[in-house]
Design a protein around this ligand. Sequence first.
Ligand code: AKB
Length: 340
Amino acid sequence: MTVRKPVVLITGAGGEIGHGLISRLAQGTSRPIVTLDVNPLDPALTPLVQREVTASILDTSALDRLLSEFEVDLIFHLAALLSTRSEFTPVMAHRVNVEGTLNLLEFAQKQAESHDRPVVFMYPSSIAAYGLPDVETKRRAGRVREDEWATPTTMYGCNKLYCEQLGRYYSRHYKQLAAKTKSGLVDFRAVRSPGLISAMTVPSGGTSDYAPEMIHAAARGEAYACFVRPDTQIPFMAMPDGVDALLRLADAPRERLTRTAYNVGAFNPTAAEIQQVVARAFPAATITYQVDAKRQGIVDSWPADVDDRAARADWGYCPSHDFTCAFSEYLIPTIRQRYA
Ligand code: AKB
């Protein structure tokens, strides 16, 4: 019997997180990479992966083919429709974000049962899983903990919160009435990512995208009308730290973990503070404010900051980019180079 080398599966691999994750994983000597995305990968990434599957996570026959061909013991399930896009097509968002995740959880369960060892299932949840009722409550709430304010106001946030619960069910309670329980074979682990800012990809349908959009527009020499107020404040993170958090949690000993979903934070500037840094880096930048009240309402429901003590205590989370470093050492030089 040929013993197949375990592979890592990345869904939504062509997206913002996937771009950085593939590059980081390929540097390591761990498992070969299999990707699944409805869109083809960036050609620069293709040489880094063993197999690129172009299909939807809703295509269960594609998942069955993967099940028969590969031995997967680590999944990064990144495929999702983000918050703004999801508000225009909420039913499609539910299908992709929830039914797609259920398909992957079932895939992971079958994989684990077939090779009889747990599958680590990494899930990027989001600060969108929170829902604060108004700006004054948001200000008073300050750094929110994982079990506070779990009342999301967007389809995307509802999807993320529910999929955290689905993952915990597979991890701890799957078919709990069966004669022989098979729960625990899916080792579900989630980080509630803040607004992730990448220098390598352009934003794709998020409501936190005003930050990366502002930087990319300034670097392209284009005027930018920010759709939130100058005082708007939410947590952000440089993409390398977002990728590192997923990898570090994936590697953590299961017995160290006290929860299945963790806050991770890095810095929480106002839109005005981002504008000031961008204007200093790109003096010709024209940045104005044209508030979109509806999108403002979404961002106002997200916390000003998150309490990430559990992640730091359980698995050593520690971002390497604060606000200044993220912009001066990663975002500005890399984006400037990108458009040079
Ligand atoms: C979005 O804006 O929808 C995402 C997120 C905060 O999860 N970037």
